[in-house]
Design a protein around this ligand. Sequence first.
Ligand SMILES: [Fe+2]
Length: 195
Amino acid sequence: MLFEMPELPWPKDALAPLISPETIDYHYGKHHRAYLSKLNEILLKDKSLQGKTLEELMVSEGTPLFNNAAQFWNHSFYWKCLRAPREDNHPEGLIAERIDDAFGNFESFQVRFAMAALGQFGSGWAWLTENSEGELKIEQSSNAGNPLVYGHKPLLTCDVWEHAYYIDFRNDRAKYVAAFWQLINWDFVASRLSK
Ligand SMILES: [Fe+2]
């Protein structure tokens, strides 16, 4: 009844040279795994929580249960948003059309998403989400926050906790966010669209 680590969708050197295997060793192997361990510890202590889905456990923001369940969800999702770097990496087809409809064009989407990622004070996440009307939005969340709590469906996320970039980019979050554009798995993002 406990949760298990998801496998990475690619080998740990797949994101190099932008994100190193060392970052993956720490970020996936230590940080992500620690959230899972703490989540499972909580479930072992409170059997009434066992059998619930991860999303059902992500309800009371700021509690240890929320923080560990949401960070486990967020990281499992983040890995799926990434793939090996491509210099000319941009969305195509329906997801490209939906981004153009919502933000004018891909370049203005990039500017606004980067503002969310860079403007998030301290640890958190930048998100592209879809609301119940099918509209795309850019959102920020602090710490473990996840837009699912507000009924918004995550399509894409960028982890802006320092542990996501400190080994490869030191304190330069802007350089990490600039590199992020080459790493987005747009096929995965497109697969998240509801319609
Ligand atoms: Fe992280």
